[in-house]
Write a protein that binds this ligand. Structure first.
Ligand SMILES: Nc1ncnc2c1ncn2[C@@H]1O[C@H](COP(=O)(O)OP(=O)(O)O)[C@@H](O)[C@H]1O
Ligand SMILES: [Mg+2]
Length: 147
């Protein structure tokens, strides 16, 4: 479970998150809805540890995010997926290279292993045979699945 307690975050003296409490339980799907500019992205960035809260707590299975060291945070982030509105793929890299990129950064896998893993993933999202395509050559929906 992820617990958020009294989360506050603002910028330049302007409060955006004004004491958010929330619980995200395992196996449940949650939606965060709100007007444009109301703070949804700021909230998620705090949960990911990309922003530091001004106040409050973010607790992953009983462990406070703010108390984690960089290695622990890095382990936690490996279990997080984040999908950007515009997919955020590298347009100079093929589909396969895009998927292999984080493996190069965050694992010790060898090239052949990374390629094998990328293709395993492509199979899972029903995109076999697109591995050598550039992002601009595939559809928006396909780009989302690559992302
Ligand atoms: N890095 C930042 N620096 C200053 N203000 C920011 C920053 N990020 C977001 N904001 C402000 O926080 C508010 C909420 O933004 P955001 O969370 O992106 O809204 P949304 O709900 O549309 O995702 C906006 O007023 C935005 O200008
Ligand atoms: Mg947003």
């Amino acid at each position: 479970m992820i617990e958020i307690k009294n989360l506050r975050k603002g910028f330049n003296g302007e409060a955006v998150l004004k004491g958010i409490d929330a619980k995200f339980e395992q196996g449940k799907t949650n939606m965060i809805i709100g007007a444009s500019g109301s703070g949804k992205s700021v909230f998620l960035k705090n949960m990911l540890g990309l922003f530091e809260p001004d106040k409050g707590e973010i607790i992953y299975s009983g462990e406070s995010l703010l108390d984690m060291d960089i290695d622990r945070k890095s382990d936690l982030r490996k279990e997080m997926g984040m999908l950007f509105q515009h997919s955020a793929l590298f347009d100079s890299m093929t589909v396969e290279e895009n998927i292999m990129f984080p493996l190069r950064m965050f694992s010790r896998m060898k090239l052949a292993e990374r390629r094998e893993r990328a293709n395993e993933i492509l199979e899972r999202v029903n995109l076999v045979n697109l591995n050598k395509k550039m992002p601009s050559e595939i559809s928006g929906g396909q780009q989302k699945r690559v992302a």
